[in-house]
Design a protein around this ligand. Structure first.
Ligand SMILES: Cc1ncc(COP(=O)(O)O)c(C=O)c1O
Length: 363
């Protein structure tokens, strides 16, 4: 039997009846766009995150673009973003008219530091996208102390907790993804924006609905980007489980450590005081692809996600930094490997993973 890299289905099996009932209710009510479930989910999600408001949008990519637009980012501006992330973190910038400026990350934590942001700031920098990659928590307060508003990309950090609160409540504004494989995953695409600024929240609500506040007058070119009522209904059933699912993910990291995984490969280091709900559990080693091949033989799935970081992607060629400008990114890109984690992965499976890594490395 193969131990999968991630498992979004086992955790929701006990919720099946509740989810089915919620789906039927939406189908019966016939209100599919911005209905009562979206409103209720927005309130419940904001409360969990600890932000003043949540606004549902169509996906986590548009959540970033709309958050940037709400901050007033536009043509002529630069937005700093780490290159070691999912492509969408940077793809979301050019639709605002601004350009991405890539910053480095610390390969021990996989998140960006304030110094790394400072190194690429210019007078044209209008905002910073900070990615809480793999569920680790980036130092948002230190980065905002540089005088720039932060858009937190929380796509991979649902359920994580840090000393200053949860991702989504740490910076000016934040984006979330409910893509099905995420820690809190819908039955299709979905996303949200959180902020504690009433003014930004109002701008987001206007932008997600074609740039209109009253559906009569259209004051800006906006987006048709809403969280579907049906997805909100599913997410409302799952949301109360998120803390327990997150606790299991955090416990898995502790268990991998206890089992001696840290003697075989480098483990991801939580940032100061963070308890990450690891979305992906990403270790580092010299020959990760070779290790991955050997793990297949032991029935353990693994994957290198960002072998070619965003600045190397063809679509980003116009904004590529000079060679070797991002050494932490290059190191993480060539050495990382995600190994199995989920909200329900069992202890025997964790033991099997560690034994398989040991056998593959001859240790
Ligand atoms: C770090 C990061 N940012 C943004 C996104 C985009 O989210 P979505 O797929 O909902 O557009 C994702 C995931 O897909 C992600 O992992």
């Amino acid at each position: 039997m193969t131990i999968p890299l991630f498992d979004p289905t086992t955790a929701i099996e006990p919720l099946r009846e509740q989810i089915d009932a919620a789906l039927l209710e939406v189908a019966g009510a016939g209100q599919f766009i911005l209905g009562p479930n979206v409103g209720a989910f927005e309130r419940e999600f904001a409360a969990l995150v600890g932000a003043g408001e949540a606004i549902g949008v169509a996906n986590g990519t548009e959540a970033i673009t709309i958050a940037l637009r709400a901050l007033g980012v536009g043509p002529g501006d630069e937005v700093i973003v780490p290159s070691f992330s999912y492509y969408a973190s940077a793809e979301a910038i050019p639709p605002t008219g601004a350009v991405p400026v890539f910053c480095d990350i610390d390969p021990a934590t996989y998140v960006t530091t304030a110094e790394q942001v400072k190194a690429v700031m210019t007078p044209r920098t209008k905002a910073v996208i900070v990615v809480h990659l793999f569920g680790n928590i980036a130092p948002v307060a230190e980065i905002e102390a540089l005088g720039l508003p932060v858009v937190e990309d929380c796509a991979q950090a649902a359920g994580s907790v840090g000393p200053d609160g949860r991702p989504g409540a740490l910076g000016a504004i934040a984006s979330h993804s409910f893509y099905p494989s995420k820690n809190l995953g819908a039955f299709g695409d979905g996303g949200a924006i959180t902020t504690s600024s009433k003014e930004l929240a109002e701008r987001v609500r206007m932008l997600r609905f074609h740039g209109s506040r009253d559906r009569v007058s259209y004051e800006e070119v906006g987006f048709n980007s809403r969280l579907d009522e049906i997805q909100a209904a599913v997410l409302r059933v799952m949301l109360p489980q998120l803390p327990a699912w997150a606790a299991h993910r955090a416990a898995v990291a502790g268990r991998y450590e206890q089992l001696g995984l840290g003697q075989l490969v480098r483990l991801p280091r939580p940032t100061d005081g963070a308890t990450p709900a690891w979305h992906l559990y990403v270790v580092a080693t010299d020959e990760p692809d070779q290790l991955a091949e050997q793990l297949v033989a032991s029935g353990v799935e693994s994957r290198g996600y960002y072998r070619h970081p965003i600045h190397e992607q063809p679509a980003m060629s116009a904004w590529r930094p000079p060679p070797n400008a991002l050494p932490g990114t290059d190191e993480a890109a060539s050495r990382h490997l995600a190994i199995p984690i989920s909200a329900t992965i069992s202890d025997p499976h964790l033991e099997q993973v560690v034994a398989a890594v040991g056998a593959a490395l001859g240790k």
